[in-house]
Design a protein around this ligand. Structure first.
Ligand code: HEC
Ligand code: HEC
Length: 239
């Protein structure tokens, strides 16, 4: 009896599964690419939208920080951190120390709050088109990764570097070289950049590099990005 019932049900279940799959997949893929684009905007919005580089120092950049000025001070990441933890994260010290808050509490929050903040008087970034602000807001509310789970304060990465080597060699080496020595004009070897700032490395791996053809691994399981990060950090520190 049970068998008959199950057999009767099965085609329905399979059919429902196929419908759910074919409906869910494109929507998720679309959202992942919008989130990755939002991540690139968070990194360097003016490079992504092809706007002129701001020349002055941003009005909300604290005068206590004299290490950075000009367009660097207009990037979301400069004030709020690659880990989105601001003063409570990796930018608690160093040349990007500003004392500015993080944005972790907006994880799972309302995108409208982000859109409002970007245009408020603290930010004055109303020159970013609304469609781009929408991607940014999606990144901040749906694209955050709790980096403390994967990157330790001593910068070591909780990933499988051996597995990451295979990912690196298939996904990255074409552009970056098997030792992270490319592209030629990159400032420093990839191994030095990523081991020195794994939070930046993880952000770039998940979202791509603004205004470059670099892929974003956002749509793959997060562990692929973490393992790739772990291996990339072991690459030579010199080109
Ligand atoms: C020059 C530094 C600076 C830059 C660049 C910057 N912010 Fe902020 N941001 C701040 C400061 C300072 C606050 C805290 C304002 C306050 O508490 O009154 C803040 C607060 C926020 C808040 C919280 C607002 C609220 O209502 O609670 C959000 C969201 C935010 N920023 C998003 C962004 C995004 C997205 C970008 C990039 C487009 C960005 N910020 C770029 C300095 C900056
Ligand atoms: C299609 C080519 C391409 C592929 C594939 C690619 N990248 Fe990149 N990546 C670039 C370019 C171009 C840059 C910008 C280099 C520069 O700063 O001059 C870059 C920048 C980076 C940066 C930031 C360096 C910096 O200081 O700004 C990191 C980290 C990085 N890539 C890691 C990776 C990893 C890991 C992979 C594989 C998952 C990967 N990339 C795949 C082209 C690529």
């Amino acid at each position: 009896m049970l068998n008959i019932r199950l057999t009767n049900c099965l085609p329905g279940v399979v059919a429902a599964g196929i419908v759910a799959f074919s409906v869910a997949l494109p929507v998720q893929a679309e959202e992942d690419s919008a989130i990755a684009r939002g991540g690139q905007l968070y990194d360097k919005w003016f490079a992504v939208i092809g706007a002129d580089k701001p020349k002055d120092t941003h009005k909300s950049w604290p005068s206590s920080n004299t290490k950075k000025k000009g367009n660097a001070t207009w990037r979301c990441k400069s004030c709020h951190g690659w880990d989105l933890r601001g003063k409570d994260g990796a930018y608690a010290s160093g040349s990007y120390k500003t004392g500015i808050r993080g944005l972790r509490e907006f994880d799972g929050g309302n995108p409208a709050d982000i859109a409002r903040a970007v245009k408020d008087s603290t930010h004055g970034l109303g020159m970013i088109p609304d469609a781009d602000i929408a991607d940014l807001a999606l990144f901040v509310t749906k694209g955050q990764v709790d980096m403390t789970k994967y990157i330790n304060p001593d910068k070591s990465v909780n990933g499988d570097a051996a597995r990451g080597e295979a990912y690196y060699n298939t996904l990255c080496a074409g552009c970056h070289g098997s030792k992270g020595e490319k592209p030629k004009d990159m400032e420093g070897a990839l191994g030095k950049i990523v081991s020195g700032n794994p939070w930046e490395g993880l952000h770039k791996i998940l979202n791509g590099q603004p205004d470059e053809a670099m892929p974003a691994l956002r749509a793959l399981p997060l562990q692929v990005a973490i393992d790739t990060l772990a291996y990339t950090a072991t690459l030579p520190k010199k080109k």
